[in-house]
Ligand binder design. Structure first.
Ligand SMILES: Cc1cc2nc3c(=O)[nH]c(=O)nc-3n(C[C@H](O)[C@H](O)[C@H](O)COP(=O)(O)OP(=O)(O)OC[C@H]3O[C@@H](n4cnc5c(N)ncnc54)[C@H](O)[C@@H]3O)c2cc1C
Ligand SMILES: *[C@@H]1O[C@H](CO)[C@@H](O)[C@H](O)[C@H]1NC(C)=O
Ligand SMILES: *[C@@H]1O[C@H](CO)[C@@H](O)[C@H](O)[C@H]1NC(C)=O
Ligand SMILES: *[C@@H]1O[C@H](CO)[C@@H](O)[C@H](O)[C@H]1NC(C)=O
Ligand SMILES: *[C@@H]1O[C@H](CO)[C@@H](O)[C@H](O)[C@H]1NC(C)=O
Length: 588
């Protein structure tokens, strides 16, 4: 009872301190000491008065005190407090004044669509609660800054979304329903382009496909391209935030290599530019990189300057089929690490993946040999240069029992071949709706690990055997960005098998980590991969991430609960375990 009183009072105090650099504002547990002091003061009788005095002196004292720890282990962090209904309503009223009534939606269908996405591997365990109550559409950096300032003042969680294609539950409203979805759907202007410097600046909600279209559509830029190519519809801010890549990363790098600088709104509404525009700099900390892969937990990105590359003059797609995935992987490994060839891309597909693609093609479309397959892009100044490379590749492949090799002869062909690769997730899903027992409950678990390239064949074959041993037969597909040691198993299942799949995925991830790899090569952590980070990076490294988070976002309003826990009382993992049978019904 007394304890409870103490809590309520401390919450009251926290509120009072909220506008300064308050103790509780840091999120660190020094607040606990305060609670105790307040508690004894209360017993002594001098209730509110003493508490206030104490709070003020502690506040001044705290200001001059150097930080106590270099990291923030979760048990040094105090539980978080967010806006109640009343504060939330006040915040939304203020937000409407910033962006106009029309740019704040409370339409149920729109809110529902922002609470889950069809292809995400994870769905909200409590969908009635874990959704936003308002969807806000800003139009400029200044508007975003005003909105975030209000969210900060009222302690409203803010989850930014751009293309909404992320796969690990990154955009889930774990702290709903008093939560805001900040949509960049209306911020997609191309702001500036410097063809001679190979860079361009875009707003957060510009998609990578829009950039490509824009570049191709102008005479002075049609020789240029943008590298990273993740899911269709993904936008640059989301791609920065997940450190996305795709099939082009082997040659052109991931988002980590493709961002020049950023404009970011910090958690209290401060606007920063991360650097100037040169390709290289040694001017202090790499603040740009701090936001790459941060999943909207450290700041809201409003503008991005990206690098451009010169498009290959000619580039053809070559496809090689092998009897086993090991033969395919061995060929890729020799090409990458011994041959001196520099393909623009190398992808690996298992036979199931090829057959899913095959069966989702139209009647007269190109059909593929249903065997483990390597897909290459070879490019150069002339067709002859490409031919030379293909011949070297053929020789290496022949040593590894090559069954068939074909090279596209025109744009349609290479589009068909590459589109086949792109269609991987969709065609796996489509196949699931034919072969799973319950056809109305098709689930796809999209995994994503990366290992040093020499270990990829081992991970693939061990995981392959593990999945079969569990009785999944051929209800899974494999595709990999083999040039980067990155692969995806797409496992089809009905909801009741959730735990079984979870086990296979856990084993796969630990296998990758044991081989000095990572739990995610490109999809990011979201809520799906949080549990692996301590093992992969070391607890202290994760505690340092949390420390940075608490310093930069003391009220923990920016995409809470993603990447690592920010609240010791967070029960998400248990919620996922309990609520695995779901109707994700997000998009109907
Ligand atoms: C069919 C399919 C294929 C895919 N293939 C690939 C692939 O090959 N490679 C790959 O890397 N990924 C792939 N993905 C995953 C996905 O496309 C990427 O994760 C992509 O980077 C997400 O971008 P988005 O714009 O959709 O982001 P969203 O899903 O909208 O958001 C992703 C994260 O970024 C944050 N965020 C969004 N906007 C902002 C902002 N303005 N400021 C700060 N944070 C923000 C969100 O809060 C969230 O945490 C695939 C997905 C699908 C559905
Ligand atoms: C709201 O959005 C529309 C476009 O969707 C825009 O024209 C308008 O200026 C926005 N802002 C305000 C304050 O109404
Ligand atoms: C990058 O830096 C240049 C030079 O200061 C600036 O003009 C540009 O707006 C910056 N880009 C972003 C996205 O902030
Ligand atoms: C590809 O798919 C078609 C059905 O669409 C099937 O008839 C054919 O056998 C498959 N395999 C090959 C190697 O074409
Ligand atoms: C595809 O084929 C055409 C030749 O018709 C070629 O010019 C082009 O660069 C190729 N590559 C891609 C990726 O479209």
């Amino acid at each position: 009872m007394l304890f409870r009183g103490n809590r309520i009072l401390s919450r009251h105090l926290r509120h009072k301190l909220a506008f300064g650099r308050g103790i509780s504002g840091t999120g660190l547990k020094s607040g606990v000491q305060l609670n105790r002091a307040v508690f004894f003061a209360a017993i002594g009788g001098a209730f509110i008065g003493a508490a206030t005095v104490f709070a003020t002196t502690t506040k001044n004292h705290e200001k001059n005190k150097p930080p106590q720890l270099s990291t923030s282990p979760i048990d040094t962090v105090e539980p978080v407090v967010y806006a109640d209904n009343n504060d939330f309503a006040l915040a939304v009223e203020k937000m409407k004044k910033v962006v106009g009534e029309n740019n704040v939606s409370t339409d149920e269908a729109e809110l529902k669509a922002q609470s889950d996405s069809f292809f995400s591997t994870h769905h909200p365990p409590d969908p009635l609660k874990q959704k936003p109550k308002a969807l806000v559409y800003p139009l400029s950096t200044e508007e975003v800054a005003e909105l975030v300032k209000i969210a900060h003042e009222y302690r409203v969680p803010v989850i930014a979304t751009s293309g909404f294609t992320s796969l690990e539950g990154q955009a889930m409203h774990t702290r709903g329903p008093n939560s805001i979805a900040l949509s960049f759907a209306n911020m997609h202007k191309i702001l500036k382009i410097h063809p001679e410097d190979l860079d361009m600046t875009v707003e957060a909600g510009t998609s990578w496909q829009d950039i490509d279209q824009y570049l191709l559509g102008n005479d002075d830029t049609s020789h240029l391209m943008f590298g990273p190519d993740p899911g269709m519809g993904a936008c640059i801010a989301g791609m920065v935030s997940t450190s996305a890549s795709g099939t082009n990363a082997y040659k052109y790098g991931t988002m980590k290599e493709n961002v020049v600088n950023l404009t970011v709104v910090l958690a209290d509404g401060t606007i920063i530019k991360t650097k100037q525009r040169p390709r290289k700099t040694s001017a202090g900390y790499d603040i740009t990189r701090l936001f790459i892969g941060a999943e909207g937990t450290l700041g809201i990105i409003t503008e991005i300057t990206v690098k451009l590359h010169v498009r290959p003059v000619v580039e053809f797609v070559t496809l090689a089929s092998f009897p086993t995935i090991k033969d395919a992987a061995a060929t890729a490994l020799e090409i990458i690490s011994k041959s001196g060839l520099q393909p623009n891309a190398i992808e690996i597909l298992n036979e199931a993946m090829v057959s899913f693609v095959n069966s989702s093609q139209g009647q007269n479309d190109h059909k593929f040999l249903e065997k483990p397959t390597l897909l290459f892009k070879f490019g150069g100044p002339t067709k002859k240069d490409v031919d030379t490379q293909v011949e070297v590749a053929r020789k290496i492949a022949s040593k590894n029992l090559l069954i068939n090799l074909e090279t596209s002869s025109n744009r349609e062909d290479n589009d068909t071949l590459w589109t086949a690769r792109r269609a991987g997730l969709w065609s796996t899903y489509e196949y699931g709706s034919k072969v799973l027992e319950n056809k109305d409950d098709v689930q796809v678990w999209t995994t994503d690990i990366a290992v040093p390239i020499s270990k990829l064949a081992q991970v693939i074959s061990e995981t392959n055997d593990d999945i079969r041993a569990l009785g999944f037969g051929d209800k899974f597909s494999v595709m990999g960005h083999i040039g980067d040691g990155n692969c995806h198993f797409l496992i089809l299942y009905n909801s009741p098998d959730y735990k079984k799949v979870q086990k296979v995925v856990d084993r796969m991830v630990y296998r990758a980590i044991d081989l000095e790899g990572t739990c995610t090569g490109e999809h990011g952590v979201g809520i799906g991969k949080r549990k692996y980070l301590n093992k992969e990076l070391g607890k202290e490294t994760v505690d340092l991430m949390r420390h940075l988070k608490l310093l930069m976002d003391p009220r923990r309003i920016l995409n809470p609960d993603k990447i690592f826990r920010v609240d010791p009382s967070d029960t998400l993992d248990a919620q996922f375990d309990a609520a695995h049978i779901h109707d994700h019904g997000c998009c109907s």
